[in-house]
Design a protein around this ligand. Structure first.
Ligand code: AMP
Ligand code: GLY
Length: 428
């Protein structure tokens, strides 16, 4: 089977890498891909961007692929998976209607309410007065979310009422702007990816992501600065519980509405003292959690994604996992997430020891006119370390981070540190 992967981040690099290790996958094409992906796959340009459904279908036809995998949210919300399926090609990724679970937080709340899924109390607001009332009703800390897609930057969590109102004003100023004001959920966060085929749900292993830009969870939210798996501190039975109480009811509700969900249902959770609560759904693999989750997957990825795309998850054998630990650290550009600088030389990537112990996945990289590897985005590299303990995986990841160079870059030094010290606990 030939597979076409849409996207250009480290998540897509991890997906392409895993597919290229699958003996049943003969070739991988990526569009647009990146210089790291180029080492394992053929990269094709997408001049109209990843939301250009006609161009994606044309590429899939030209390369006669048996499966298209859509990485990012924007093409899913834009209906790229619908167009691929309409052309008769299996596609891993939800329809535009099903991707609304990620595309609109208000819609996600409505589905959760209909499916009786545990989540925080929330008010959907269309005016600043409504926001002010909601802030007072729910109290501090305040959680204010842009209803629509905002690349991980739509959420503000703050004790400062004025700051909460200011963020809401910015969101409401957009065309059809809506904000969701939500109850603060206290407890460690977990990301669980559930592979769905419209009916069946197959969970992957949980991972933890670090959303804030700075050490000790300081500074603004980002797309994600690092991740690790497994979570040795997570309660026994967590995955079964989340599948039974959250993923299956949501998939059933989406099917009941005539918009079945296939692809990845990314369940973002807070493990509160009252049990797991949904913080968000995404309709795609998370970045950077995918980098550590796929590092541990031993079942060939191609067959899993094809089964999801063709309604065949019920026949799939149980997934196999490595018991190794994986840690990824994101190397970000100067001034990410505010105004990331691009065009800086990326050095040392070739000197990293290499898989399986430590390897570099590319995110925001490109080659300049002279063929020099330079930065082209906010998150530039995702460096993965693997080990028989979390400590060893961290050590290998950070040793590799110290080998790569990027002028003005920054990264967190404390990814998985509290877990290594046994300090992560679920509130009683
Ligand atoms: P989201 O885009 O909804 O995942 O939100 C981004 C980040 O904001 C989450 O990963 C949490 O760290 C934080 N966050 C979102 N909603 C809440 C909430 N209700 N309570 C506490 N923190 C939250
Ligand atoms: N790591 C968070 C996300 O992919 O949205």
């Amino acid at each position: 089977m030939k597979v076409l992967v849409i996207g250009s981040g480290a998540r897509e690099h991890a997906i392409v890498r895993a597919l290229s290790l699958d003996p049943a996958v003969d070739a991988v094409v990526a569009a647009p891909g990146n210089p790291g992906i180029e080492a394992v796959a053929l990269c094709e340009p997408l001049p109209g961007g990843v939301t250009d459904a006609d161009a994606v279908v044309a590429l899939a036809r030209r390369h006669e692929v048996g499966l298209v995998v859509v990485g990012p949210e924007a093409p899913l919300v834009a209906g790229v998976a619908d167009a691929v399926r309409a052309a008769g090609i299996p596609c891993f990724g939800p329809s535009a209607k099903a991707a609304r679970l990620e595309g609109s937080k208000a819609f996600a709340k409505e589905v959760m309410s209909a499916a009786d899924v545990p989540t925080g109390m929330a008010h959907v607001c269309t005016s600043l007065d409504e926001v002010a009332d909601a802030l007072d009703a729910l109290g501090a800390p305040h959680v204010v979310k842009d209803d629509g897609l905002a690349a991980g930057k739509g959420v503000v969590v703050t004790d400062d009422r004025a700051e909460a109102l200011e963020h809401a004003r910015g969101c409401l100023d957009k065309p059809d702007g809506r904000v969701v004001v939500e109850e603060f959920l206290d407890g460690p966060e977990v990301s669980l990816f559930c592979i769905c085929d419209g009916e069946q749900v197959v969970p992957l292993v949980p991972a933890q992501d670090f959303k804030r830009v700075g050490d000790g969870d300081s500074g603004p939210n980002t797309g994600g600065m690092g991740a690790y798996s497994p979570l040795d501190w997570a309660p026994a039975g967590l995955v079964d519980d989340v599948v039974a109480r959250i993923a299956r009811p949501v998939v059933a509700e989406m099917a009941r509405r005539g918009t079945p969900f296939s692809g990845v249902l990314y369940v973002g959770l807070a493990l509160t003292g009252r049990g797991p609560r949904v913080i968000e759904f995404n309709a795609r693999f998370g970045d950077p959690e995918t980098q550590v989750v796929l590092d541990r997957l031993r079942t060939p990825l191609g067959a899993l994604l094809l089964a999801a795309a063709t309604g065949g998850l019920a026949e799939l054998e149980p997934l196999r996992w490595s018991d190794q630990h994986a840690v990824t650290v994101v190397v970000a550009a100067h001034d990410y997430p505010a105004t990331p600088r691009t065009g800086d030389a990326v050095t040392g990537v070739e000197e990293v020891p290499g898989a399986p112990d430590a390897y570099v996945l590319h995110a925001g990289t490109t080659r300049d006119a002279d063929g020099v590897l330079v930065s082209s985005g906010g998150r530039v590299l995702s460096v993965v370390g693997r080990g028989s303990s979390l400590a060893q995986a961290r050590e290998r990841a950070y040793a590799a981070v110290d080998v790569v160079g990027l002028e003005g870059s920054h990264h967190r030094r404390d990814i998985a540190e509290r877990a290594e010290r046994g300090e992560v606990t679920v509130p009683a």
